[in-house]
Design a binder for this molecule. Structure first.
Ligand SMILES: [Cu+2]
Length: 502
């Protein structure tokens, strides 16, 4: 865990002054956590909680749009300012599901046709510093883009619940709010902006994207600034395995790092769980920008222990339409005065504590099983690998055999536009209980991708690989390979490669 921003640009490093508080419950003793900030809202701010009911299909991992209709009970009915946004996900009975069963893979909020914020299970509160806010009109397009991942084989009714800190126009303080919008800075802009981190890639167990990816991708993570203004807030979004996002500002031939957002993990599965809070900017962080400046982002993942597929790196930045103070980070004094202290917007979330990785009798140790049949294909159906599934007793559970130099093809036979499956190697025996931190993609670095096709009803990109089948490379060495489904980690299987005789 890196706690100090590396300020290796232009100006000498300045002392990192963390605002320290007592470590929150679940905190690791070795980590110094920033304090949890208390937002300062003007008089007249009201707290409003809205519920958006959603039905999630068995095993669903779809990227969907949900329009929050005008005059519905899912959004404010009066004009005003959104000063803070707090997302949660609940079951119909009002409880919060453990994230190894249902989780918020990501959530993006659109207001009036522009992006506001992005978050995942870390559920960072999206807060504007005092005096700033997002303009809201009841007639604005207001859309929730959600990817809620049902890790179980049963349908679920869930409620996306969000709380707004809202200042209605009728409050006198509304006249003093300066409008912000979001500059959405993403490592790989897209409606499904993901990349893979492969185990062993990068330098010294760290992989920085897009810096370490092919040069053709390097320019994709930039957002030009259209007009003079001020940056007033940001927080990074990343996935398990992520260490930090770095936000840069470029003017002419000079680039400075203006914020590092660390992933502050809690509990025993440090670095490989959703049990994390992101470092956000303090209310003092303010950067004066000029038309023509360019924002960019990098994200760094730990690549030492496992691969992280479909990872993200985003730093939405709140930017004003007109200059509203702040330092010029291209001067030595200005940079030194830029307060890069991190604050947390919330502490540990108890739904994120379910790590898995405990002893269970549910799975066979495939290394000890007799050979299954020699096969070229394993079908995936009803959330089972039809030959060699570690939960299946008897002959069906035995690992299918391929000869060295051959490959094994996996075919998804569940409804392929709704239920995606993967075959992702995990280190044998891969037989412990499922959770947010188990299994990990720590076997041989191959992966099927999410076998399936995009759901035709959604207007955004999907995680689907666009194919229902995938074959292992023919170069695998003899041995027993265990694997799991990244979408449904309770699904485990094995196959065996045998040396060709003679
Ligand atoms: Cu699956």
């Amino acid at each position: 865990m890196r706690l100090n921003s590396k300020r290796s640009f232009l100006v000498p490093a300045i002392a990192f002054v963390a605002l320290l508080a007592a470590a929150p419950a679940g905190a690791s003793a070795a980590i110094t956590y920033p304090k949890v900030a208390t937002p300062d809202y003007p008089a007249g701010t009201v707290t409003k909680t809205y519920k958006v009911p959603l039905t999630i299909k068995p095993g669903q991992n779809l990227n969907m749009l949900e329009t929050l209709r005008q005059n519905s009970d899912m959004r404010p009915s009066e004009p005003g300012w959104i000063l803070g946004f707090v997302p949660t996900l609940k079951l119909a009975n009002g409880t919060t599901p453990p994230v190894d069963q249902i989780h918020l893979h990501h959530l993006v909020l659109y207001l009036g046709g522009t992006l506001v914020t992005a978050a995942g299970e870390e559920k960072t509160h999206w807060i504007s510093p005092k005096g700033f806010g997002y303009r809201y009109n009841p007639s604005d397009l207001f859309i929730l883009n959600h990817m809620i991942h049902n890790l179980t084989a049963s349908p679920e009714k869930v409620i996306f619940e969000y709380t707004l800190y809202f200042l209605p126009d009728t409050a006198p303080a509304a006249a003093d709010i300066t409008r912000v919008r979001t500059a959405f800075v993403d490592v790989t802009p897209s409606t499904y902006p993901v990349f893979d981190v492969l185990r062993g890639s990068g330098v010294n167990g760290r992989y920085t994207y897009p810096q370490m990816s092919p040069a053709s991708l390097m320019r994709r993570n930039v957002v030009p600034i259209q007009h003079d203004g001020s940056l007033v807030a940001t927080a990074g979004h990343l996935h398990p395995g992520g260490l930090y996002t770095d936000l840069f500002l470029t003017r002419g031939d000079k680039t400075v790092k203006i914020f590092r957002s660390n992933a502050y993990y809690y509990g025993r599965a440090l670095g490989n769980s959703w049990n994390v809070s992101m470092g956000a900017t303090s209310p003092n962080w303010r950067v004066r920008v000029k038309a023509g400046d360019v924002l960019s982002i990098q994200v760094t993942y730990d690549s030492s222990k496992s691969s992280w597929y479909e990872s993200m790196g985003i730093s939405p930045v709140q930017i004003t339409d007109v200059p509203a103070g702040g330092v010029d980070p291209f001067t030595t004094d200005g940079y030194a005065a830029l307060d890069q202290t991190q604050v947390l917007t919330h502490g540990e979330l108890k739904e994120n504590r379910d790590y898995g990785g405990n002893k269970t009798s549910g799975y066979a140790d495939a290394r000890k099983l007799a050979d299954g049949p020699t096969l070229a294909q394993v079908n995936v159906k009803n959330f089972l690998y039809q030959q060699g599934d570690l939960t299946m007793p008897g002959k069906k559970g035995r690992p299918p055999v391929i000869k060295q130099g051959h490959s094994l093809t996996f075919v998804n036979q569940d409804p392929t536009t709704e239920i995606y499956h993967t075959a992702t190697p995990c280190k044998a025996p891969c037989d412990l209980s499922s959770g947010i931190s188990y299994p990990l993609a720590n076997g041989v670095t191959i992966d099927s991708g999410e076998l399936g096709f995009p759901y035709t009803g959604a207007a955004v990109m999907q995680a689907a690989a666009g194919t229902a089948s995938w074959s292992t490379p023919s170069t695998l060495k003899p041995g027993t390979y265990t694997y799991f489904c990244r979408v449904h980690p309770f699904m485990r299987g094995a196959f065996r490669v045998k040396a060709a005789k003679g």
